[in-house]
Design a protein around this ligand. Sequence first.
Ligand code: NAD
Length: 428
Amino acid sequence: MNLSHPTPFDRLEASQTVEPTSHETGSGISRRQFMKTASASGAVIGSVMTAGAVATAPGQAPAAPETQQSAPAPPERQAANLDIPEPVEKKMGWAIVGLGKLAVEEILPAFGECSGSRVVALVSGHPDKAGRLAEVYGVAPDRIYNYGNFDTLADADDIDAVYIVLPNSMHAEYTIRALKAGKHVLCEKPMAANLEECAQMSAAAEATGRKLMIAYRLHYEPLNRKVMQMCEAKKLGKLKLFVSSNCQNVESPNIRLSAKLAGGPVGDVGVYSINAARYVIGEEPVEVYATEHRPDNDPRFTEVPESVSYTMKYPSGVLAQCVCSFGTAGSQRYEVIGEKGVIVMDPAFPYRGLKLTVRRQGADEGPPEIADINLRQINHFASEMDHFSKCIKDNITPRTTAAMGTADMRIVHAITESARTGKPVSLV
Ligand code: NAD
């Protein structure tokens, strides 16, 4: 139900802002501080508009002074908020490494919706496919690379950022090689195959002075950001429970079914619930307990489990109960249960069509107030890549850091360990 009349609940009314939360950054930047800054800049814009001269095109009569009544849309005036995109040469240049399903179907098309990023290079072991895609996206033939000549990316000044979209077992090697080639790197989730690789990747970023961001696209998506803000502002009172599933049916052959390529449901899809639990709860778990199922009659699951169920305990007492699977119909959701209300994001994790509902206890034991929060749906990959381009341009730290990727891998590792041993694993 969409609420059309004003209620106290309207305070939850969605803004389209995607400012960082302190849950994510630990920076302590609050929404109130952000709004203060935003309204301060609004005041500046307002004063410029009332005091400034009116622009006219050559040969046109000067516009009427500000004090006179003006027409509703004078032809000589520009819209006040014209959003003129960056010239092409000022956009950051990207190389996409690994032209599989995600790169071809989501990332490359997303450049059409980017304002600060453009694709200038492709890296692939399949020259025919790379050549066809280069033609479609206007990539020059001498900017098609393969895994043999990958290190010569260093010689291409027009490549600022390298996006690693390879199987998980290859993330560390190609991230480190790209950093050593002097490039900033956006690496797909999960960050790597294990914690040792995470440490090597972080050390390489440190040593080269280049930025390393992990591709947690939901941090750049308005509805998930709204949930982060609501939880940080304690709109549901004290949080008690987080319940999540991220399940799909994976057809063979698939990199996700290979242990050698670091596949498996926890790192691939479970990591969304692990990451969401952090941006909702704002804490690291102190203990995990997991159990898994490997059917003996399904050849897809000889190397990785079909389903894993895991519970995470947090210092404040919140319990997170999550499941992930490669053998079910799609279920990609989370529910945040607090003292005074419930947030349901269903679906929460796909590329489009997310849906957020908030149910809060009514006043004086009245019926619960229910609201669907509708925000503009955006292209997650365009938003994420433009964020990284801005970080490079303005030399700022990305929201989704290597430290966040490493923290998630620590939990993935603990879940795998618990499922293997049948015992809880402490994370303190
Ligand atoms: P995919 O199998 O479709 O693509 C993998 C690519 O790697 C292919 O182009 C393949 O040719 C190439 N490759 C190079 N060397 C390989 C080797 N030795 N073995 C197998 N493939 C090799 O996979 P995908 O779905 O595009 O996933 C790629 C990465 O993106 C994974 O890390 C995955 O976790 C991540 N991903 C993220 C999201 C997201 O929403 N952020 C969604 C899907 C996948």
